[in-house]
Design a protein around this ligand. Sequence first.
Ligand code: NAD
Ligand code: UDP
Ligand code: UDP
Length: 326
Amino acid sequence: MKKRILVTGGAGFLGSHLCARLLDEECQVLCVDNYFTGTRHNVEPLLNHPAFEVMRHDVTFPLYVEVDEIYNLACPASPIHYQHDPVQTTKTSVIGTINMLGLAKRLRARILQASTSEVYGDPDVHPQTETYRGLVNLAGPRGCYDEGKRCAETLCYDYRRQHRLAVRVARIFNTYGPNMHPQDGRVVSSFIIQALKNQPITIFGSGTQTRSFCYVDDLVDGLMRLMGVEGDLDGPINLGNPYETTIKELAELIISLVGSRSKLEFRALPQDDPRQRCPDIARARELLHWQPMIPLREGLNRTIRYFDSLLSSPSEAKKIIWKVAS
Ligand code: NAD
Ligand code: UDP
Ligand code: UDP
């Protein structure tokens, strides 16, 4: 029988790619989403697949379904989205994760929690290893997301200890690719759209802050390998690309790949913006035999093609306007 897999947040950026890959692997996929930041557009190509089902549901409410594995991805991920309704963001991470852990407990199903490099905050250890405990400002504008995700992790470890649940925690670092929301304000999507429109590239601060960008196909491969690890697994695993770049370098690369006439425009740095971020992926290499394969240039070219076709088809773009755009 086909493995039945629940993907919460399945209509979002990462979730939609994960659903597609799971269908390729002959799984039966139940995609659960409340469409806060995800869209039907992202899963439209999958809707006719006989093993694919979509359910509109908010994970902060209990969910009674029958599945073998759960990927818990539901949660807005971009700063402008998660700061739009910070209380709901924390609820989604904390109550949503309790519900998904409760579901996993009843079914004795394996569960993978999508955590984040944000649990490290503005790190004073570089690159970040899983043992680093982080430097998060719980009172700042990013606190709803960072602390929500930290609490979700704690819940996973406690369900593992208390209820002997098979949990997998992925600390995902910045990931990019097709199906990113065009209005999510994240750096890759914003810069590409600005470059395609020959508009100024908005660099926050001096652009010397760093990030490490992982292409979505690599990330999804890492998530599936993590879910597939046999036996008990203790603690989180970093998943991300250790190739680090400054935001200014990223802007210049995107301008050159697009062949854009855009100029750089420097704006104020948002509060608590991490100065540097780069994963140490030794644990993923060892346990999952995983490392990103797609270089930044190639991933950016694929993402540029996606946004280019989206912008040149207004009817497609219209389908993914964010309802509560800032
Ligand atoms: P996204 O915003 O595209 O996807 C999140 C999905 O969750 C959306 O479809 C949204 O509608 C849905 N959702 C939000 N709240 C919900 C709720 N209460 N009930 C049901 N569905 C809900 O973001 P993404 O980039 O695809 O991120 C997916 C997951 O990966 C998130 O948990 C995020 O925190 C994590 N993550 C992503 C990145 C990244 O760079 N993309 C980095 C670190 C962690
Ligand atoms: N839950 C759910 N689906 C299930 C089982 C549980 O949504 O199939 C939710 C339920 O609402 C509960 C939460 O998961 O609030 C935690 O469940 P657990 O069994 O761990 O705790 P309890 O029910 O004892 O509070
Ligand atoms: N950033 C920027 N211009 C933008 C959007 C983002 O300079 O238009 C910067 C942002 O300040 C941060 C980095 O790019 O330093 C990554 O931002 P993003 O929101 O993509 O992810 P996160 O901060 O959560 O890593």
